[in-house]
Design a protein around this ligand. Structure first.
Ligand code: ADP
Ligand code: MG
Length: 152
């Protein structure tokens, strides 16, 4: 089943990210753990990631988009596709190699912009604006076919 959440605060959104990271990091894998985030500006992607990174044990602060496309903290890669022209640009930055390494955890914001190069087994998280402090978060597999995301 898809996981659907309705959050009422940034704090709750961080908690959802935290718990998801704790679950996913325990899964065995042959390639990187990939997470694609989709949703409008202000939907809560970066907020969610702050909790997710903490759940992974990443100590440094997760920042909102800058002109940096790939930020790396050890094995954790935070990729922001907001300013990318398309998939080719991300491929030219070594994306294939990053997602091939099972040690890596790769989170891609604005993943819908580079959808075709996101690994098929990626977990997909969609953010919808509901109200001032309300967001809907849906967690599913990339193709939406699988009933549960990888290893849930
Ligand atoms: P995005 O990365 O998708 O553009 P951000 O996480 O940077 O979104 O911004 C979300 C904004 O919405 C923040 O200013 C945050 O404080 C606010 N906000 C209000 N309610 C929520 C909520 N329930 N979940 C996440 N963010 C929320
Ligand atoms: Mg963001």
């Amino acid at each position: 089943m898809f996981r659907k959440y309705l959050t009422n605060s940034p704090r709750q959104t961080k908690k959802i990210g935290f718990v998801l990271a704790e679950t996913l990091k325990k899964c065995s894998r042959k390639k990187a753990l990939a997470l694609g985030l989709e949703g409008d500006l202000g939907g809560g992607k970066t907020t969610f990631l702050q909790g997710f990174a903490r759940g992974l044990g990443v100590k440094s602060r997760i920042l909102s988009p800058t002109f940096i496309i790939i930020r790396r903290v050890n094995d954790f890669y935070h990729i922001d596709c907001y300013r990318l022209q398309g998939s080719k640009e991300l491929l030219s930055l070594g994306f294939k190699k990053i997602v091939a390494n099972p040690k890596n955890i790769v989170v891609i914001e604005w993943a819908d912009r580079v959808r075709k190069i996101i690994p098929q087994d990626a977990t997909w998280v969609k953010f919808e604006f509901v109200g001032r402090n309300k967001r809907r978060i849906v967690v599913k597999s990339k193709d939406g076919k699988e009933k549960t995301p990888h290893c849930f």
